[in-house]
Design a protein around this ligand. Structure first.
Ligand code: ZN
Length: 147
């Protein structure tokens, strides 16, 4: 990856971490989970409003931690809102492949372009858990977090 592109990606991550989207507590959430990454100290709570068919009607998060963990959570909420569970699952699997440096070609092209800013994480194995924390927490909220 050339350095100009890398800088652009860093800007996107910093922008998300400084101005997180969908940040805050959701009153009356249908699902909720808390996640913690002890390697780095990152914390994130994901709130969901799932529609009757499981679609992500609304999503919010709050948390504290490194720029990567918070930017990843912000980006995730932006991308998951309005998706069905099947679409969300596919997005998550593609993202996990991307940050581990694996083949993510099963992602839709526009999704891959948006998530690609996190692809550089694969060069820093210690930070992969920072990037994936929000996604695992989302999954826990769906599966075990009914309120
Ligand atoms: Zn972290």
């Amino acid at each position: 990856m050339d350095s100009a592109l890398r800088e652009l990606y860093q800007e996107v991550i910093l922008d998300h971490s400084r101005h997180p989207r969908h940040y805050g507590v959701m009153e009356g959430a249908s699902h909720k989970a808390e996640g913690y990454n002890p390697l780095c100290g990152d914390k994130v709570t994901v709130y969901l409003q799932l529609d009757a068919d499981g679609r992500v009607g609304d999503i919010k998060f709050e948390g504290k931690g490194c720029a990567i963990s918070q930017a990843s959570a912000s980006m995730m909420t932006d991308m998951l809102k309005g998706r069905s569970q099947a679409e969300a699952e596919k997005l998550m699997q593609g993202f996990l492949h991307l940050v581990k440096g694996e083949d993510a070609s099963d992602l839709a092209e526009d999704d891959r372009e948006r998530l690609e800013v996190m692809g550089g994480i694969s060069e820093f194995p210690m930070r992969v858990k920072c990037a994936t924390l929000a996604w695992h927490t989302y999954k826990n909220a769906v599966e075990e977090g009914a309120t």
